[in-house]
Design a protein around this ligand. Structure first.
Ligand SMILES: C[S@@+](CC[C@H](N)C(=O)[O-])C[C@H]1O[C@@H](n2cnc3c(N)ncnc32)[C@H](O)[C@@H]1O
Ligand code: SF4
Ligand code: SF4
Length: 352
């Protein structure tokens, strides 16, 4: 702790300077395509037709626009990003500009890992239950087995995290997913399924969901490798069950669709439909003229990429401890060393 803390706090102060004052996105997500090799019940994206996919120079144009806007962390997803042959080149260009993450269903992970691992700071592999439950939700047999063998290969190459989506069909799997994460020695992040109009309604009923959220919060308290802060679970419980809303700050996160268009105001509202190509606007100007106010009290989703940064207060020492130093310690434990300054600042982005 003594070694990592000063490094992290120095990086933290740098990030703080960037965040003060005007609105700017800090995190970015980008779907590289909608196509997928699985057919998850709760997911609308594999059901969409892709337009012609962007080539590397256009992807770089997106990255430059995001970097100019102030983004420091870029996460790639889809559809299934590992279906793109040019993924290593895209990741390499991104890694020269940002801290990077990748979300995959894991089907092709073992096969493609060698060409991807060095350009990714954190790898998320989706798992929606154990064995047959995961396969049923994902629509394709053996998808559980493939995701787990992918993680067994990836965990020594790149920090790996299970991404678990809680649906009405896997409410009783949360605890076993925590056990699996511990057994594999990987991290875990959870989100609650949102009901998109063009997917099967899989969001759990609120009353049935509550014990699962409370259990996850308790597991977090007792040291489970959950990336979410305790405040994340408290915010969901507060807003959905106790009439205490959290204030959403959707401007901290920007999402870019496969054609390079900005998804406004956020991932969930308008069901991930892009509007304006990111290279055609001054994102900072747009961000500071857009009326975000109606969305501050929304509380419709519990996506960690919006909720966690919305909760974060740089001035709250417990946030710094829980999210930044906690993440750094987990990293140090896994890798057997304290993070370097770039890795520490990467952890701050991941943790926020
Ligand atoms: C859209 S997928 C894209 C990346 C990759 N195909 C995968 O499954 O990891 C990204 C994440 O969104 C989650 N997801 C899919 N449908 C969702 C929904 N209706 N609500 C919340 N999360 C959802 C998936 O479980 C996955 O973890
Ligand atoms: S959640 Fe991921 S794996 Fe499942 S269908 Fe959607 S894009 Fe594909
Ligand atoms: S709470 Fe509402 S405004 Fe905020 S990210 Fe979720 S859907 Fe968007």
């Amino acid at each position: 702790m003594a070694v990592v803390e000063p490094v992290i706090l120095r990086s933290l102060k740098r990030s703080l300077r960037n965040l003060r004052g005007e609105k700017a996105p800090v995190l970015a997500g980008h779907k590289l395509l909608y196509r997928c090799n699985l057919e998850c019940k709760m997911c609308p994206f594999w059901r969409r037709e892709d337009e012609e996919l962007l080539k590397l120079p256009e992807e770089i144009r997106i990255m430059d626009a995001l970097a100019n806007a102030g983004v420091s962390f870029l996460g790639f997803e889809g559809g299934e990003p590992l279906l793109r042959r040019d993924l290593p080149e895209i990741l390499e260009a991104a890694h020269q500009r940002f801290h990077t993450s990748l979300v995959t269903n894991g089907w092709l992970l073992e096969h493609r890992l060698p060409e991807l691992a060095r350009h990714v700071d954190i790898l998320f592999v989706s798992l929606d239950g154990i064995g047959e439950t995961h396969d049923r939700l994902r629509g394709i047999p053996r998808s559980f087995e493939r995701a787990v063998s992918g993680m067994r290969a990836s965990r020594t190459e790149v920090p790996t995290v299970i991404s678990h989506t809680v649906t009405r069909e896997n409410l009783d799997h949360a605890e076993r997913i925590v056990q699996l994460a511990e057994e594999l020695d990987v991290g875990l992040t959870v989100q609650i399924a949102y009901d998109y109009r063009t997917a099967d309604p899989m969001s759990p009923e609120r009353a049935r969901l509550r014990p699962t959220i409370e259990r996850l919060r308790d597991l977090k308290r007792s040291g489970a490798p959950l990336m979410e802060s305790q405040g994340y679970f408290d915010a969901i419980l507060g807003s959905w069950y106790e009439g205490r809303p959290w204030r959403c700050k959707p401007w901290l996160t920007i999402n870019i669709d496969p054609a390079g268009r900005i998804v406004l105001p956020c991932y969930v509202l308008q069901e991930y439909q892009g509007r304006i190509p990111v290279w055609e606007v001054d994102v900072r100007k747009l961000w500071n003229s857009f009326n975000w106010e109606p969305y501050e009290s929304c509380n419709k989703c519990a996506l960690a990429c919006y909720l966690e940064p919305s909760l974060f207060r740089w001035t709250d020492p417990s946030h710094v401890r829980q999210r930044v130093v906690g993440a750094a310690m987990r990293y140090a434990q896994r890798s057997g060393r304290a993070p370097s300054p770039p890795a520490a600042s990467r952890l701050i982005q991941i943790a926020t």
